[in-house]
Design a protein. Structure first.
Length: 200
């Protein structure tokens, strides 16, 4: 079971298969591993203790970042994620990032950005569309058409609790014009935009 894996000079944490979206461009559609890792599909969700032990197996302070990003949406296990983050903060100096679809508030039924304060250094929110209809078509969230506005609200709230907030679009699903609109939208929320290459 792959709980942690290395990408470039970062250590990634894989805590769940669960995700409220079924994005048309998701890596999960193309296989069960990424970046040369073993399968990221979990036969069960690891305990907080198992996640911390897996992180401890790396010399974490030698790496640039610890990233909560696996084959599911990390905020599906927000309480456990925050316990792991607190453990890491108590032992290491490595910055912590969450890669998320931004639907944490809908998943958890409450405003969640304030819970990240002091534990998470960067939140990276997957944007990929500049309106609710395109977002629904591309990301297919189970929460429906309101998901887009919830994702934007979460992003804006994160800028008040987290030092660095980024929104991303995938190059293969966005034109140059859409990328520019996405940049303006991200900046209006207090975030910056990153165009990322599709990893197929």
């Amino acid at each position: 079971m792959t709980i942690t894996y290395k990408v470039k000079n970062g250590i990634y944490v894989n805590m769940t298969n669960r995700c409220p979206c079924a994005c048309t461009f998701c890596l999960r559609q193309n296989g069960d591993g990424v970046y040369g890792s073993d399968s990221l599909w979990l036969e069960r969700e690891p305990t907080v203790k198992e996640v911390c032990e897996s992180i401890d197996a790396w010399e974490l302070d030698q790496y640039d970042e610890l990233v909560f990003c696996g084959y599911g949406e990390p905020t599906e296990r927000l309480d456990d994620l925050l316990k792991v983050a607190a453990y890491v903060k108590s032992r290491y100096k490595t910055p912590i990032r969450i890669n998320t679809n931004g639907l944490s508030d809908l998943i958890n039924g409450q405003e969640t950005a304030p819970e990240l304060r002091g534990l998470i250094d960067t939140v990276s929110v997957s944007l990929n569309a500049t309106n609710a209809q395109d977002y629904l078509r591309l990301c297919r969230p189970k929460f429906g058409i309101g998901s887009f506005d919830a994702m934007l609200a979460f992003t804006r709230a994160c800028t008040e609790s987290v030092p660095h907030v980024v929104m991303t679009v995938v190059d293969v699903v966005t034109s140059k014009e859409q990328q520019e609109k996405s940049r303006l939208l991200a900046e209006s929320l207090g975030a910056r935009l990153r165009v990322r290459a599709f990893e197929g």
